[in-house]
Write a protein that binds this ligand. Structure first.
Ligand SMILES: *Cc1c(COP(=O)(O)O)cnc(C)c1O
Length: 379
């Protein structure tokens, strides 16, 4: 099956009793057993739920993986992967990560004796300098937030395979429509399904996809033992969202292209960060491992003052000021005061994250309206 067919059909069959075409919401905590130890594969809803099973099968198929596991949030999925580790094990993560990923590693798992280093992976060969016999996991995110840096997944996978280290890729920004890390050699793909996969800003959920059966068993054990599972109703909503993923992503990308080109020629704009622009520093990596460029854009203003950024953002009428991304509606955030406020200004400036950096999650509205909104806000 091709991608657009999988979004609608993979793992999804009409319900056998009534023929319902849409996967029912199995709102039950338990299942009748025919006899002791005799059941239909479902015993207790933390362990298995039919609505969740369909979603897990579907997301596995979209990522060209064998097994999918869904969690109560993206963070719960990350938590499960980190629980594969033992005290004194080491994780090496890229230094440009979702803030929550950095926080769970440093504030939660370091307490339990997990060691972590955060390094630049611009040149993957340098990872080898940081490996020790205790390195068990490499964690990367690509593209990253908000500067849309990319990491060459296949190059990192070559190193993790050579040293038998697990590689987990947070694929939230790209989605399986644009990038499939398992095909590039990753062991686990992680998603915050809260974003593009659900696509309508109405659910919080996470997922993991993998090919190795033993790894799947370990992660399913953690999923059940720790219990951060999604509700059947939320699984239904994400299944519904995924059916239009490919159509939405095409429009997100198309709109983002036009907006990036508009901003690029605007006299008040300093830099535009969109991975589809040929002058983006990682454009070549995007061409190598992605099938499109997505809907995330960041830009800075020439008049580089915090006040100026706030003035522009307060003038937006369509772009809604808010955290999160990947919904049908356009959103804007101000990383310096919102998502990245905890990083000292000097550190932020070094990475290019200036006070006037504005991040857009470009929605699927009419692009002319979006450009008109930007034009009046920048006036
Ligand atoms: C949102 C996000 C997460 C965390 O997911 P939640 O669903 O909010 O728990 C992890 N990684 C990335 C890249 C994200 O954007």
């Amino acid at each position: 099956m091709k991608f657009a067919t999988k979004t609608i059909h993979a793992g999804i069959e009409p319900e056998p009793i009534t023929g319902a075409v849409m996967t029912p919401i199995f709102q039950t905590s338990t299942y009748a057993q025919e006899g002791i130890g005799k059941h239909k594969g479902y015993e207790y809803a933390r362990t298995q739920n039919p609505t969740r099973t369909v979603l897990e099968t579907n997301i596995a198929s979209l990522e060209n993986g064998k097994y999918g596991l869904c969690f109560a949030s993206g963070m719960a999925a990350i938590d499960a992967v980190l629980k594969l580790l033992q005290p004194k094990d080491e994780v090496i993560a890229s230094n440009d990560l979702y803030g929550g990923t950095y926080r769970i590693i440093t504030k939660v798992f370091q307490k339990f004796g997990i060691k972590a280093s955060f390094i630049s992976m611009d040149n993957p060969a340098e990872i080898e300098n940081y490996l020790t016999p205790k390195t068990k996991l490499i964690w990367i995110e690509t593209p990253t937030n908000p500067l849309l840096n990319l990491i060459d997944i296949a190059a990192v996978a070559q190193i993790t395979k050579k040293h038998q280290i697990l590689l987990c890729v947070d694929n939230t920004f790209a989605t399986p429509y644009l990038q499939n890390p398992l095909d590039l050699g990753a062991d686990i793909v992680m998603h915050s399904m809260t974003k593009y996969l659900s696509g309508h800003s109405d659910v919080v959920m996470g997922a993991l996809v993998m090919n190795d059966e033993k790894l799947k068993q370990e992660l399913a054990f953690i999923q059940n033992a720790c219990g951060a599972v999604p509700s059947p109703h939320d699984c239904f909503l994400v299944l519904r969202g995924i059916k239009t993923l490919h159509v939405r992503m095409d429009r997100h990308s198309e709109n983002a292209k036009k907006i990036a080109e508009y901003l690029k020629q605007h006299p008040k704009i300093d830099k535009v960060y969109w991975i589809g622009l040929p002058d983006h520093k990682n454009h070549a990596v995007a061409l190598k491992q992605m099938r499109g460029f997505g809907g995330m854009i960041s830009f800075t203003l020439k008049e580089d003052t915090l006040q100026n950024a706030i003035r522009v953002m307060e003038r937006f009428k369509l772009f809604i000021l808010g955290e999160s991304l990947g919904g049908v509606e356009s959103l804007c955030t101000h990383p310096a005061t919102m998502t990245h406020a905890s990083i000292p200004a000097e550190e932020r400036y070094k990475t290019g994250l200036k006070d006037t950096l504005i991040r857009l999650s470009v929605g699927i509205e009419d692009v002319e309206d979006l450009i008109a909104d930007l034009a009046q806000a920048l006036e």
